[in-house]
Ligand binder design. Structure first.
Ligand SMILES: NC(=O)c1ccc[n+]([C@@H]2O[C@H](COP(=O)([O-])OP(=O)(O)OC[C@H]3O[C@@H](n4cnc5c(N)ncnc54)[C@H](O)[C@@H]3O)[C@@H](O)[C@H]2O)c1
Length: 239
C-alpha cells in the first residue's frame, strides 16, 4: 500500500519506536495521528471509549501501528519466598496485550467499512511484540507473557481480516535505543550486545520505523512475526 494521503494511527506515539514511526510515515505523506497516555489529549490504549473516539475521528484510516507498551515490573515468579504480584502481572498483560487488541479491534472495524483500494486492500495493521516473547529471561515472566500474546494473535487476526483486505504483521524487536531499554543495568546491556551477531549495538528507532514502512508497502507480508534484532538470541542474565 502506498500510504501517501491516507490516515494512519500510531499508538505510543510520544516516545521511542512510536515517535520514530510517526516521523517516517509523516515523511511519506501520510496523515498521521497518535495515541499516547503522555500526549494531550491523554488516551490510554486500554480505554474502549477513548480509543473508539480517536479512531472515529480519523478520515480514511488505513494503517494502525501499535507501539504503546510498558516493560514488565514484577520480577521473578518467586523472590525470597514471596510470590509475584498478581496485580503487576495483570497490569503488564493489560497494557501490552489487551491494549493492543483494543486498538486492533476498533481500527480493523473502521478499515473494514472503507471502500477497498484498487488492488482490493483496505488496510494494514502492525503490532509490536518483542524477542522476549520467545527468548524469555529471568525476571521477565509478565513481559514475556504479554508479548507472546501479541505474537500469538498475529496469524488469527490476519486470517480473520484477510477477507476484508486487511493485513496484520508483528515486529519483534531486540533491544532498541529508547527510554525503555535505557533502564537496563549496564552489565546486562553489554551482555546483550555481546550476544548480538551483527551489528554489535542496540537497534535504532529509525530502523524499526523503516521496517514498518516496508511492511505497509509489501502486500505479501501477512500473518507473520519479523524479528528485528541483529541475530541476538537472549540468554538469562548471570546470577
Ligand atoms: N526498546 C526496546 O528495547 C524494545 C524491545 C522490544 C520491544 N519493545 C516494545 O516496543 C514498544 C515501544 O517501546 P519503546 O521502546 O518505544 O518504549 P517507550 O517507553 O519509549 O515508548 C512507549 C510509549 O508508550 C506509551 N504508553 C505506555 N502505556 C500506554 C498506555 N496504556 N496507553 C497509551 N500509551 C501508552 C508511553 O507513554 C510511551 O510514550 C513497546 O511495546 C515495547 O514493549 C521495545
Amino acid at each position: 500500500m502506498d500510504v501517501t494521503g491516507h490516515g494512519v494511527l500510531v499508538t505510543g506515539s510520544a516516545s521511542g519506536l512510536g515517535a520514530a514511526t510517526v516521523d517516517e510515515l509523516d515523511a511519506l505523506g501520510a496523515h498521521v495521528h497518535g495515541i499516547d497516555r503522555r500526549s494531550d489529549p491523554s488516551v490510554d490504549v486500554t480505554d474502549p471509549d477513548g480509543v473508539a473516539a480517536t479512531v472515529d475521528a480519523i478520515t480514511d484510516l488505513r494503517v494502525l501501528v501499535c507501539c504503546a507498551g510498558i516493560g514488565g515490573t514484577g520480577g521473578m515468579v518467586v523472590r525470597r519466598g514471596e510470590a509475584h504480584s498478581l496485580d503487576a502481572f495483570e497490569h503488564t498483560v493489560r497494557v501490552n496485550l489487551v491494549g493492543t487488541f483494543n486498538c486492533v479491534r476498533l481500527a480493523a472495524a473502521a478499515m473494514s467499512r472503507l471502500d477497498p483500494l484498487p488492488d482490493g486492500a483496505r488496510g494494514v495493521i502492525v503490532m509490536t511484540s518483542s524477542i522476549a516473547a520467545t527468548d524469555g529471561v529471568t525476571g521477565g515472566v509478565a513481559y514475556s507473557a504479554s508479548k507472546a500474546g501479541v505474537t500469538g494473535m498475529t496469524l488469527p487476526l490476519a486470517r480473520d481480516l484477510g477477507g476484508s483486505g486487511v493485513r496484520v504483521v508483528t515486529i519483534a524487536p531486540g533491544p532498541m535505543d529508547t527510554s525503555m531499554a535505557a533502564g537496563l543495568p549496564a552489565a546486562y546491556a553489554d551482555q546483550l550486545i555481546d550476544d548480538t551477531a551483527y551489528p554489535a549495538r542496540f537497534g535504532a528507532p529509525t530502523e524499526f520505523a523503516r521496517l514498518v514502512a516496508h511492511i505497509i508497502e509489501n502486500p505479501m507480508l501477512n500473518g507473520d512475526v519479523i524479528r528485528l534484532d541483529g541475530g541476538l538470541r537472549m540468554r538469562a542474565p548471570d546470577r
